[in-house]
Each structure stands twice: as C-alpha cells, then as structure tokens.
Design a protein around this ligand. Structure first.
Ligand code: ATP
Ligand code: MG
Length: 203
C-alpha cells in the first residue's frame, strides 16, 4: 500500500467510526419539543446568532417573535431588515437607550415592564414557533423585572415553542432551566484596538 492509500484507508476507518457515533447519537435523541437556548458570554456573536436562527425559522415559514430589551439609539440592521422585508415577524423593542445612557432606574423599570408584556404574550401563545428575547439577561441582573416571573413564563411556554435568550450573565437559576447554553468567549474584539463599531457588522 502506498503512503497515500494508507492515509485514505485510515481516513475511511476514522470516518466510519465517526458516522457510527453520530448515528447512535441521532438514534438516542427521540424527544420532540421546543428548546430553550441561552447565548451568553463576553464575546461578540450572541444577538447575531439569535438572528441567524430567526432566518432559519423563517426559511420553514415558522412564526417568529422578537423582543429586544436593551438597544442603543442607533437602529440595528436586523431591525431595519425585518421591518421592511418580514412583516410576518412580530418585533418589539424597549425603545430606551442603554442603561448607562438613561441613568434613570425608575424609567428603565417602567420601560422593562411594558416590554415584558409583549414577551409574556408570545411565551403563552402557541402560534409562535420561535421567540427571541434579546438582552433579557440584563433585566434579571439589574432586577428590572421579577426573576421568578421570567423563569415561570419561560418554563411554561408551549411545548413546541423554542426560545432564545441573549445577554451576558443571567444567573444560575436561568441557566438551570435552559436546555442549551453557549458562552461566546472574547478572544479579541476590534473595538478594544480602537476600531469603530461597523454598520452591518456590529449593528
Ligand atoms: P452581536 O450583536 O454583534 O452579535 P453581542 O450580542 O454578542 O454582539 P452585545 O453585548 O449585545 O454583544 O453587544 C452588542 C455590540 O457590542 C455589538 O456591536 C458588538 O460588536 C459589541 N461587542 C460585543 N462584545 C464586545 C466586546 N467584548 N468588546 C467590545 N464590544 C463588544
Ligand atoms: Mg447582543
């Protein structure tokens, strides 16, 4: 056997083993229900990942709801796109700036409570296949919203509904009820090197 053939044979055996492992995993996963996903961590990619899932869901004609709990004064690209091209997506925003901009806890809480009503309605409506609650973790961290009420609404959502929560932190109680948690780690961020946030990339 030539060196090249040996390498090909070794690759084939490794792939066969891998396939058997993957097939066994697929076979073992037999539960059909929506999932609760938390995208957290200090790195870039939480909100954009959530919007990637929205695109996936829309590809299958699924009903999608989005509630954004914190936003800058600047309109985001995802917001503009959904507003102009996806009227079927129900989209709500807290509409205030970042918390360090407003510097007013009482008005932040009032805005959070108003916004939570939209989220709660989606989480109790089985017409929604996917609900994205962008930056919800800060509402728990800053104690703007009642943690138990949030956890209860997430837990008791329709069985087929998936929910994606984004934001740093969120706490142990939230993590305990989520099915999938990914932590985006900051290895580097251009901003730290003085590069301005880019339209279409960062917002
Ligand atoms: P994105 O919306 O790009 O997926 P994100 O949701 O993971 O980012 P957020 O904490 O919501 O991150 O911050 C939103 C904005 O802040 C984005 O413009 C993003 O590029 C920027 N950002 C994210 N992480 C960092 C970081 N570690 N340092 C500086 N800026 C960051
Ligand atoms: Mg984000």
């Amino acid at each position: 056997m030539t060196k090249k053939n040996k390498k090909s044979e070794k690759h084939k055996v490794a792939m066969q083993k891998q396939k058997a492992k993957v097939d066994a995993g697929i076979e073992a996963a037999s539960i059909e229900r929506g999932v609760a996903i938390l995208l957290t961590g200090n790195g870039k990619g939480k909100t954009s990942s959530a919007f990637g899932m929205i695109m996936r869901a829309l590809g299958y004609g699924h009903k999608v709801g989005v509630v954004q709990f914190i936003k800058g004064q600047q309109l985001s690209g995802e917001e503009l796109y959904l507003r102009d091209h996806c009227p079927q997506v129900e989209f709500h925003q807290m509409g205030t700036g970042f918390t360090w901009d407003t510097q007013d806890r009482d008005s932040d809480i009032a805005a959070a409570e108003k916004t939570w009503v939209w989220a709660e309605a989606m989480l109790s409506n089985d017409r929604f296949d996917l609900v994205v609650l962008d930056e919800l973790t800060y509402m728990i961290a800053y104690q703007y919203l009642n943690e138990e009420a949030i956890l209860s609404a997430l837990k008791h959502r329709p069985i087929e509904q998936s929910v994606v929560v984004t934001g740093r932190g969120g706490g142990a109680a939230l993590q305990a009820i989520m099915d999938t948690i990914s932590e985006v780690k900051e290895v580097k961020h251009a901003f730290k090197a003085g590069v301005k946030a880019r339209q279409g990339v960062d917002f």
